[in-house]
Write a protein that binds this ligand. Structure first.
Ligand code: NAD
Ligand code: UDP
Length: 321
């Protein structure tokens, strides 16, 4: 099959491209490189089944493909808040353009939605029938409301035009190929710990998240795409084990043996207090459950950051010589 992955040069997108190529599919990766990088996919470029297109999904695109993974959108708060209007456009116009392509070609399309559609939730753990508690005019709204509107569009195209849709609500996912300056908690803490710099905890660190390793998440997304047309979602994908941000900092310090001190900084506006997915739908419908324990996933991610920081040091030394 020929499969389009928008945002394919990003953290999750690059892992999806890799997995699809390993499954002997052809992949077209579309990205505008806002947060993605050619480095994430440079090892795929020699593969004749892989094609890279620089394109912004807010503009129409005409391709001939069999399936679409719509992953394009910055996911880290610092990046999606950098240009909030563009973030909403990416979710909304990007969804319209990909749904239009799916309608023309009569093909399935998967949307990378998010646990952020639940906002700062009053229901815990969050299941798919919960409507969420989202501020429509706060700093996170460009992302949260953009993703909510994209879900609306997906279901309206499904009801109105019979498009085969797959809506995944992805919870916090981490792993190799996150950017060192990504700004999300796992990459921030790992980079800070490896540099023995202060670990920045926002607020008192009692807020919680549930962290899923990237390989597990990609497995869930591919199972969802391969599921029968009757399975539309929305479907939670994430690891149903919860840690406070303070606990995460201690685990990362322990694995790295870091001398970093903890530095407390103000909690960002509208930062959700707690988050854990109810994944019973994914388990019964897709037979999916994440298998990588947090510590194991963190060890792999830390090894990745250690290696890329060493390469960066060597490049800097060579440039200075
Ligand atoms: P990322 O920032 O690493 O990847 C996003 C990719 O989309 C980047 O390559 C970026 O350059 C590209 N992009 C952004 N705007 C674009 C545009 N207008 N046109 C074309 N390309 C564009 O983030 P990620 O963590 O890989 O997230 C991928 C998707 O998964 C996003 O849609 C995100 O909302 C969703 N998601 C991720 C998580 C997570 O924990 N990683 C959680 C929930 C949802
Ligand atoms: N966080 C933190 N220090 C950091 C980065 C993030 O304490 O250096 C906190 C953040 O306030 C939030 C949690 O970690 O409570 C997860 O943040 P992230 O940006 O990774 O994801 P999201 O808030 O979108 O779940």
């Amino acid at each position: 099959m020929r499969i389009l992955v928008t945002g394919g040069a990003g953290f999750l997108g690059s892992h999806i491209c890799e997995r699809l190529l390993a499954n002997a599919d052809e992949v077209i990766c579309v990205d505008n490189f806002f947060t993605g990088s050619r480095r994430n996919i440079h090892h795929l470029l020699p593969n004749l089944d892989f094609e890279l297109i620089r394109h912004d999904v807010t503009f129409p695109l005409f391709l001939e493909v069999d399936r679409i993974f719509n992953m394009a959108c910055p996911a880290s708060p610092i990046h999606y808040q950098h240009d909030p209007v563009q973030t909403t456009k990416t979710s909304v116009l990007g969804a319209i353009n990909m749904l239009g392509m799916a309608k023309r070609l009569k093909i399935p399309v998967l949307q990378a939605s998010t646990s952020e559609v639940y906002g700062d939730p009053e229901v815990h753990p969050q299941n798919e029938s919960y409507w969420g508690r989202v501020n429509p005019i706060g700093p996170r709204s460009c992302y949260d409301e953009g993703k909510r509107c994209a879900e609306t569009l997906f279901f309206d195209y499904h009801h109105q035009h019979g498009i085969a849709i797959k809506v995944a609500r992805i919870f916090n996912t981490y792993g190799p190929r996150m950017r060192p300056d990504d700004g999300r908690v796992v990459s921030n803490f790992i980079v800070q710990a490896l540099r023995n710099q202060p670990i920045t905890i926002y607020g008192d660190g009692s807020q919680s998240r549930s962290f899923c390793y990237v390989d597990d998440l990609v497995d869930g997304l591919i199972r969802l795409m391969d599921s029968p047309a009757t399975v539309t979602g929305p479907i939670n994908l994430g690891r149903d084990e919860e840690f406070t941000v303070g606990e995460l900092a201690e685990i990362i310090k322990d694995i790295t043996g870091s001398r970093s001190e903890i530095r407390t900084l103000p909690l960002p506006t509208d930062d959700p207090r707690q988050r854990r997915p109810d994944i019973s739908t994914a388990s019964t419908t897709l037979g999916w459950k994440p298998v990588t324990p947090l510590r194991k996933g963190l060890e792999r991610t830390i090894a990745y950051f250690e290696a890329s920081m060493k390469t960066e040091e060597r490049v800097n030394l060579a440039a200075r010589a």
